[in-house]
Write a protein that binds this ligand. Structure first.
Ligand code: URA
Length: 195
């Protein structure tokens, strides 16, 4: 079976099985979107209002900025896979609770295992904490970490500010452009090390 089809089946199954209580208040599940054969997987925090109404990740203002950032390194949404740590919108866009993150964790693990990207980009502190704990986004953005995460083997994680952060703090816009510009070099380095 084609990988995109497998991913769709995985998302359907996990939605049925997921015990996350945010399911009760969300309008739509937001499993993720993009290419199952992607080299890079971006992982945000949780769906917001627009994502909840459309069932797709990063379709609001932060998503528009993310597309702009991707274009600077010649990538389109179709080239990557994008999802969130939590697959249902928390009420009033509050931070996801630890139990909501852990209830959605098996789903995210299975997505990573199936897509098997060579680089994972956690966007913002919630996603970073799940994969590379005890880091500070303000100090560690723009840094790559090689880490073994339970069930996922050893992988490379590249910490970035969440694009929404730049909508509130304009000073972070340039930081995100600069950090994004390093992605092609990081990918090239990972590919070289794999040969
Ligand atoms: N912010 C996120 O973390 N995820 C989305 O899907 C949208 C905004």
């Amino acid at each position: 079976m084609d990988k995109n089809k497998k991913l769709q089946e995985l998302n359907n199954t996990m939605h049925a099985l997921c015990a996350c209580t945010l399911k009760e208040t969300a309008t739509h599940v937001v499993p993720g979107k993009g290419n199952a054969d992607a080299q890079i997987m971006f992982i945000g925090e949780a769906p917001g209002a627009k994502e909840d109404s459309l069932g797709e990740p990063f379709v609001g203002a932060a998503g528009k900025f993310l597309s702009e950032l991707l274009a600077t390194i010649d990538l389109k949404r179709e080239d990557i896979y994008i999802t969130n740590v939590v697959k249902y919108r928390p009420p009033n866009n509050r931070d996801p609770l630890p139990e909501e993150v852990s209830d959605c964790w098996l789903w995210l693990q299975e997505q990573v295992k199936l897509i098997d990207p060579i680089l994972i980009v956690p966007l913002g502190r919630h996603a970073l904490e799940r994969f590379v704990p005890k880091k500070r986004i303000s100090a560690d953005h723009g840094k790559a970490f090689r880490r073994t995460v339970d069930g996922l083997g050893e992988r490379v994680y590249y910490a970035l500010y969440h694009p929404a952060a730049a909508l509130y703090n304009g000073g972070l816009r340039q930081t995100l452009f600069d950090d994004f510009a390093r992605i092609p070099k990081i990918i090239a380095q990972i590919e070289k090390e794999r040969k």
